[in-house]
Design a protein around this ligand. Sequence first.
Ligand code: HEC
Length: 150
Amino acid sequence: MKSAPALCLITALTSLAASSLAQEGPIKYRQGVMNAIGGHAGAIAQISYGGVGHRSHLTAHADAMESLTKMVVTAFEQNAKPTADVPSRAKEEIWKDFSDFKSKTDALVKAAADYAATARAGQTDMLAAKLDPLWDACKGCHKKFRAKEK
Ligand code: HEC
């Protein structure tokens, strides 16, 4: 049988592991969502300006990005604290002014939906013009709510 102090230690370590997991999981998740958006946005940029071809892929990237942008607001609801293993560039201002953060996610959702609808409709001549509002939505939020890279 384990002694009481040993049991206490095990309990303490387990709850420590659980609490850092409780912080790291949500951070990894929101970064995963953002990196997925970044992947599709990067692919759209390569197709649109990078001369890589693959225009037939554009609608799928636009659709995926539209779906992902709807996840951003809930992915950031929990103010999980970064740890040594899982750093984060999310600024505290997000949770101090969540209504402004939310309005910036709304701008992203709207721009991504508009771009995807244009891509689905095959209005290729209008696509380039729909990209600028999308990049503005990324920048508008990052400028205020994402810390500089360390
Ligand atoms: C509503 C705010 C908001 C919008 C809009 C937004 N982002 Fe982000 N993004 C963030 C925050 C905050 C982080 C940092 C998350 C963290 O480290 O925990 C982030 C992180 C990222 C990352 C992860 C890597 C890194 O540099 O930290 C990528 C890639 C990214 N964003 C791309 C984009 C792209 C592309 C768009 C536009 C299509 C976009 N984001 C729109 C808030 C936003």
